[in-house]
Design a protein around this ligand. Sequence first.
Ligand code: UDP
Length: 481
Amino acid sequence: TPVKRATHVVLLASPGAGHILPVAELARRIVAHGDGDEFTATLVTFTNFSSSEHSSTLASLPPSVSTAVLPEVPLDDLPSNARVETRIFTVVNRALPHLRDLLLRSPSGVAVFVADLLSPAALKVAVELGVPGYLFCTTNLMALSCMLHVPELDRTTTCEFRDLREPVQLPGCVPLRGADLLDPLQDRSDPAYQLMVEFGNNHRLAHGFIVNTFDAMEHQTLAAFKDLSDKGVYPPAFAVGPFVRPCSAGVENAKHGCLRWLDEQPDVSVLYVCLGSGGTLSTEQTAELAAGLETSGQRFLWVVRFPSDKDCSATYFGTAGNGDDNPVNYLPDGFIERTKGVGLCVPLWAPQVEILSHRAVGGFVSHCGWNSTLEAVAAGVPMLAWPLYAEQRMNAVMLSERAGMALRPSTRDSGVVVPREEIAAVTRELVAGEKGAAAREKARELREAAAKAWAPDDGPSRRAFDDVVGMWKARSARARP
Ligand code: UDP
């Protein structure tokens, strides 16, 4: 009997949990496809900005997914105030020669290359080597549409986007104020702006987009995008989501203390506060948030970060706080004692998927990162949108105005501190009020739709996934002698 040769897919994950976790999930689903021996995968990560949380993700991959790490590249020439996007795009660009070597040396060849959203520059290497390159969009289709539209927005406007008189209407999307567009577009004189234009052009090198979204979440946007790709304007998009990593089947004694604390709380009563892997508040906003939570009387579980007055993404690079210090020490005096029993503060990192799916959680204060959003959807938990950077303000608009699963504080311009009274009122509303109940209903409807998206046979996301990997397999079979 002839030996069945597996199709080898190489996936590149950009720095940050918001990329590595979903790319790892994509790799896992690719190798599990069909009989489970049709694909092998290599997950490639960067040394720059890697952290210990990532190593446990990589260690838990199935044996048919290998890992490789691109060597560290120097960044000391970047100014200390370089934006998060500039740092990541610079790492990606400088690591391209290492990526080329790795692809050329791969003993099983490379049938398909997949880069995530932030590494479209890597598609140039795939083009050069004649390997089909795909882009895995770890956020929604609206954000991808915006990125693809940036070169044209750049050509057709001259003012800062926040000064545009009319909202920006992306195909099939909720209208967006210029000020809510991607954060790195908000200052034309910043180097990140030009990188975003280049970024939009590089995206078009993809043979297709694999998007971590699903039809019920972005029906109109998907329809409009399909129209454009049928006309040849854009490569096709495959909505394969939502990818949410499974709850780790934690043995009881290994269970995180905060989950044991949640076990003692009533159903749907606790507000979970966490701003993703990078979200960071100023000293003043941290104090207002603490005071607001305390005044609300609401039960809460807060993943506390070091404050930074310079950068709302400081945690991403570990530039906030230092060494052995504990961020809880930066909370207002006596806060921990006064809220004892009602609230729990966890420093730096908590098991989010497990927390959101706990019966005690009734609301989620979130920066609206897309993975966090999908995790809230999978758990049917309504959100209080607290966007900070990247595409988060756009997500907040979509979640509150279209999906209906998020409330927003009335103070929502970036850089303006949300006062404690506002925080107390809106968090109470989210967990116990009528608007919160309506948002919870919407979140639960989306949870049902998300579960159906991967239903065997007729789940639309499963079908889209089977279409794209089926195409890869057929192509690599044809390419073999
Ligand atoms: N996350 C977590 N614990 C934390 C903070 C974040 O497990 O304390 C995970 C979260 O579940 C999500 C990812 O980190 O899967 C963050 O991705 P997201 O897209 O929400 O935001 P980003 O960090 O990319 O801004």
